[in-house]
Design a protein around this ligand. Sequence first.
Ligand code: ARG
Length: 459
Amino acid sequence: MTLYKGRIDAAPNELMDAMNKSLPVDIRFFPYDINTNRVWARELQRIGVFSQTELDNILIALDEILARYNAGEFTPLPSDEDIHTLTERLLTESLGNTGARIHTGRSRNDQVACDLYQYLMDNLKMLKSHLHQLISVLCSVATAHANTLLAGTTHLQPAQPITLGHFLMSLAFALQRDFQRADDAQKRVDRCPLGAGAIAGCGFAVDRKKIATELGFSNPTDNSIDSISDRDVAQETAFVCATILTHLSRYAEQFIIWSNPAFGYVKWDAQWSTGSSMMPQKRNPDAMELVRAKAARGLGNVTTLLCLTKGVPLSYAKDLQEDKEAVFDAIDTALLTIQVFSQALNSATFIPARMKAVLTSDMLATDLADALVEKGVPFRKAHERTAQFVTFLEDNHRDLLSATQTEMDTYFPEFKDTPLHLSYEGSLQRRRAIGGTAPVSVNAQIESLSSWLTSNSVC
Ligand code: ARG
């Protein structure tokens, strides 16, 4: 089959062919393109283009083509430009003129959009399922560490005591929003572009609502020009992937810092670590380093996809063919990264003793200021007096819990009658308001997310 016979009378220049050919990339659409063909053939039969026998033959041929593909039993020809021309050629080879009628009323423009939308639907679902799995790992590790003290930092400087469970749940809630973003994106993908034609719509009396339903979409797209021109659903999916990857990148970085022996909070299972070809003592957190790096690809893919449609005149232009590599890579990268992160985390060993050893009692300074507030001191004054006390101790190479009773009495006479007992555990316990680090609050966070997981299972 020569696609452009009658108009383009020469084979493409080799370089043009190399640039124009998308089959090596869009071959991934194979099952979706078969699906698109099946539904289109049924519609053509309904409007009288095919007889019932012809339709039956087409459906059998499409099944055979798919089976051959699944068995790895066919070799594309050099002339197969893309997945759509390939399926049309295979169909025409097996059915002659019946196959040659399959492109009636259809364009590759609506065909590729239809394949893409089906692909995105499946993969957004897959993303949600992997996120679901990771959130549940986070909930279970957080449950085990709801009481494990950790030196919370801001600006990477000691801030306030928190728990490891609290820290892990912060990621779980971020990923819940990513899940919801994927779910929301799915609602916008849930429209069927098939039947939009090349630009102006289909010249035959097809029932686009029926086509949409048969392909598993809720509705057809509303405007044929928009249907074949826009790639916002691919851009949005890539954005969802980039947000997931950016979230994971930050936590990976934190875990990398924590696995440096100076912290020593976490040890990665050997399966997720690498050594050095030269330094025998090495145990490197490569899994997390790669998770950190994958965000760069994720961001690159969003940029590529947005740039691809910027300023391109309506409606279809070949620029749009370049969307596939970026959107496939966005999804592949996110799916792989979520799984690696999830499994590496699940098999990691956290070392509570190391986390506790790093706590410094100056991290209780806010608790001291809060206690003064409870004695009626305005917070700003309490902050200043506590800061002065911490500085005095620091000048003497000491920290808060080393203060003597006499020093306390001198600086803070408010506590003379009811001596103040500062402790890390006490500091946690104070923060029991919703979202806080008190174990009771962390357990409530785990519980609420766990019940959300149960009501949002992805099958
Ligand atoms: N392979 C093309 C793509 O991915 C299919 C659409 C081709 N349309 C066209 N008018 N040349 O965009």
